[in-house]
Design a binder for this molecule. Structure first.
Ligand code: PLP
Length: 481
């Protein structure tokens, strides 16, 4: 065999199919509504449509891309569809998609500064830009992870390392009668990633204390203080607290300043989970949502949730990079470089070694939209949410179930005289019907035991007409016996 047979496909294939693919993507983004927002397929349909074993001989891109369209695409739930209102709605913007394409083409591994100086330096610069956009002071060190779940886990690991006397890095946690039980606090509405981080680190799920919230689903500082006092009296060691700016169920905002004061007094690490809501601070109108964050030790915001950057891109900030580095840095001989004392080597700040060049797409998104363009889009989403909330409030039988500080509305159909159990059945049926329409996709949650619908606006292509259509569908479903 010659090397020409063994090498990559000819670059003429890239040009030919690349051009076609870009044209396909342009049409797709122009008309995402041509597809049902939720994939109508049943479990196993995609697998069954594809050969169970890999091909022995290579196949042409033509046929592979045809199969993509006929077999993969039907199994896609279209997060780019403007009628996608479930979970936290996200979308890929054009600069973000182009950045992702370049990242794949360059295929650099940014584990060390040396392995691609631009990957490290653009990540440092872009996260410093994002810090400025969020209105945070200088002095925050940022790095990009895949998800907020990983960022929060790193925060808890740093919190542990911030107490070097525990010597957990070297001695671990098992079989140590000298080690007190470590406790982590978050509100009952905090994301499950806090619990996952604690279980990953061996802190144990039982040691994540879920603090009661107030009537607007915000952590109660008095309840936090009482829980810490009770734990200290029982011989536990309060380690960290996670406050949320934009909780998953309702987007409530924990009172960060009051929580920070309690954390300082208890010598605890304070991490802020602003995965969704934190980015709103890019708009001067919403800057206040990060009030008090300067008092925290770490913060996560997800540009892949609400800053039009293709998944994955989670920005993690800490004011104590040396602590994070102490928790994770381990340099085997083959990764030693001459300049390691002068530069940031991103592998030193987390579990993973290999690292995608994610900063490129975020940098391109920030440049293409600018601070004003980003803020205007976020503000529009919040206006649309207010509009929807007004429709709900004005409609007979419908009720708003939580305040609307950002772009998420929690609501339900609760005609007078309906019991809680009937209400749950009714709203679950409405959700099922609307999600089966192919035109809108919403999700649900439970608030104080009550089943409620969630409508999240975060898609860059969502306009008022899409919202109006979802509202029509909801009311039609409610009117159908
Ligand atoms: N934190 C909050 C408040 C969330 O709403 C979510 C997901 O929706 C997460 C964390 C987890 O995000 P990720 O998927 O980036 O791990």
């Amino acid at each position: 065999m010659t090397d020409t047979i063994l090498g990559d496909l000819p670059t003429t294939d890239l040009e030919l199919h690349g051009q076609r693919l870009l044209a396909w993507i342009a049409t797709y983004l122009e008309h995402p509504e041509r597809y049902p927002v939720v994939s109508p397929l049943a479990p196993g349909d995609v697998r069954r449509s594809l050969p169970p074993a890999p091909p022995a001989a290579g196949e042409g891109l033509e046929v592979i891309l045809r199969d993509f369209e006929s077999k993969i695409l039907p199994g896609i739930t279209h997060w780019n569809h403007p009628g996608f209102f479930a979970y936290f709605s996200i979308s890929a913007s054009i600069p973000g998609i182009l950045g992702e394409l370049l990242t794949a083409a360059l295929d650099v591994n940014g584990m060390l500064w040396k392995t691609s100086p631009a990957a490290t330096e653009l990540e440092e610069l872009t996260l410093d830009w994002l810090r400025q956009l969020l209105g945070l002071q200088a002095g925050w060190f940022g790095l990009i992870n895949d998800t907020a779940s990983i960022s929060t886990m790193l925060a808890l690991a740093a919190a542990r390392e911030a107490k070097p006397e525990l010597a957990i890095r070297s001695r671990g946690m098992a079989g140590r009668p000298d080690l007190p039980v470590l406790r982590v606090y978050c509100s009952e509405h905090a994301h499950s990633s806090v619990d996952k981080g604690a279980l990953t680190l061996g802190i144990g799920l039982d040691n994540v204390v879920h603090i009661a919230s107030d009537a607007e689903f915000r952590m109660r500082p008095d309840a936090l203080e009482a829980a810490i006092a009770a734990d200290v009296a029982a011989g536990y060691l309060p380690l960290a607290c996670v406050a949320t700016v934009g909780t998953t169920s309702t987007t409530s905002i924990d009172p960060v300043e009051a929580i920070a004061r309690i954390c300082t007094a208890a010598r605890m690490w304070l991490h802020i989970d602003g995965a969704y809501g934190g980015v709103a601070a890019v708009s001067p109108r919403f800057r206040h949502v990060l009030d008090g964050v300067e008092l925290a030790d770490s913060l996560v915001v997800n540009p892949h949730k609400w800053l039009f950057t293709p998944i994955d891109c989670s920005a993690f900030y800490t004011r104590h990079p040396h602590v994070l580095k102490r928790a994770f840095s381990l340099v085997p001989e083959y990764l030693v470089t001459r300049e390691q004392d002068e530069v940031v080597n991103l592998m030193d700040y987390g579990v993973q070694l290999g690292r995608r060049f994610r900063a490129l797409k975020l940098w391109m998104v920030i440049r293409a939209f600018g601070a004003e363009g980003l803020a205007a889009r976020l503000e529009r989403h919040c206006e649309l949410a207010q509009q929807f909330a007004q429709w709900v409030t004005a409609a007979e039988g419908w009720e708003l179930c939580a305040p609307v500080p950002f772009s998420l509305v929690c609501f339900r159909f609760a005609p007078p005289g309906t019991s809680e159990a009937e209400c749950e059945q009714l709203n679950s049926a409405i959700l099922h019907r609307v999600n089966g329409s192919g035109e809108a996709y919403l999700s649900h949650t439970k608030l104080s035991g009550r089943y409620v619908l969630r409508l999240a606006i975060g898609n860059i292509r969502t306009e008022e007409r899409h919202l109006a259509r979802a509202w029509d569908l909801l009311r039609e479903a409610a009117a159908t016996p």
